[in-house]
Design a protein around this ligand. Structure first.
Ligand code: GUN
Length: 291
């Protein structure tokens, strides 16, 4: 058996096509492009690449991006003031603070300064709380991309009742993915570095999401024959080659569908960021908080 490879680039391209059309209507109505402001602190090369990819994708659908680069030694106060100023600026529709922040910065304090209705990454306490409570709000982009790819591999597109195993519990991926899948009426098993015998649990799952950040760590012993497997890892082999968390060739021999790295979740994360930005610009997101 050789699994179907889920083409994240093609799915993202289709999504961007639909977004470009919707954005044209927004532009005609409002006389301006939707605007995404990206905050980058320090000079981490990987973060620079991700931020450039986001700006390029935004330009392809006609959206405007502004990059705010701060030196690594700018300090928390300057970062907080910048995020507050962007939150208060009526010309800004969406704000993204690229993570991780350099040492010495407080992620949670930074996100607390971000207006929830412009939180197109869905990472503020407000939006993560609304997700867990099952209330409308901006959802984190990578989990949105994961759910879209898993859905695309199902003949009826319905996740309802599926048993999903999520490997990882980060605030960016693991936790919100589990919450999003629960909201899709899945049965969710969340696994992490302290879980015992993870493979015996993931082998029961119809859908496995690997988000642990260790190159090739998930082999076929974790996978039920025919399962859908979504790889969220972004790792480098000792030779410097980009790879995911799966032992791709071996898992492909067991799974029913598998997402590759690169070309799987990554492009979908960016497409979902643009979707969130347009939704924020259109004011289609849930009420901002009263306090
Ligand atoms: N760093 C890696 N992925 C992401 C993401 O989706 N959002 C932000 N803000 N930072 C990231």
């Amino acid at each position: 058996m050789s699994a179907q490879v889920i083409d994240g680039r093609a799915a993202a391209l289709a999504m961007r096509g639909a977004l470009a059309e919707r954005h044209r209507a927004f532009h005609d109505r409002m006389g301006r492009a939707a605007r995404l402001d990206v905050v980058l602190v320090g000079d981490d090369p990987a973060s620079r690449i991700y931020v450039a990819a986001k700006a390029k994708a935004a330009a392809l659908v006609g959206m405007e991006t502004r990059l705010h680069s701060l030196q690594a030694d700018s300090g928390q106060e300057k970062l907080t003031r910048l995020v507050q100023a962007l939150s208060a600026d009526i010309l800004v529709d969406g704000i993204l603070v690229q993570l991780p922040l350099p040492a010495g910065y407080d992620r949670d304090r930074t996100l607390a300064a971000l207006a929830p209705e412009k939180d197109v990454d869905g990472l503020t306490l407000h939006n993560q709380g609304r997700l867990v409570l099952g209330l409308p709000g901006l959802r984190p982009c990578t989990p949105l991309g994961i759910v879209a790819l898993a859905r695309s591999a199902l003949s009826d597109g319905s996740l309802s009742g599926a048993h999903c195993a999520v490997l990882g519990r980060s605030i960016l991926v693991g936790r919100p993915t589990a919450a999003l899948l629960l909201a899709e009426d899945c049965t969710v098993t969340q696994l992490h570095s302290r879980s015992r015998d993870s493979a015996s649990l993931t082998r029961k799952a119809d859908i496995v999401v690997a988000a642990i950040g260790r190159a090739g760590a998930i082999g076929p012993e974790f996978i039920k024959p025919g399962a859908i497997v979504i790889d969220v890892g972004i790792n480098r082999t000792p030779e410097g080659i980009l790879c995911g968390d799966l032992d791709f060739a071996a898992v492909r021999g067991v799974a029913g569908a598998i997402s590759p790295v690169p070309g799987g979740v990554g492009p979908m994360t960016i497409a979902c960021l643009l979707e969130n930005t347009l939704a924020a610009a259109e004011g289609r997101v849930a009420e901002p908080p009263a306090c």
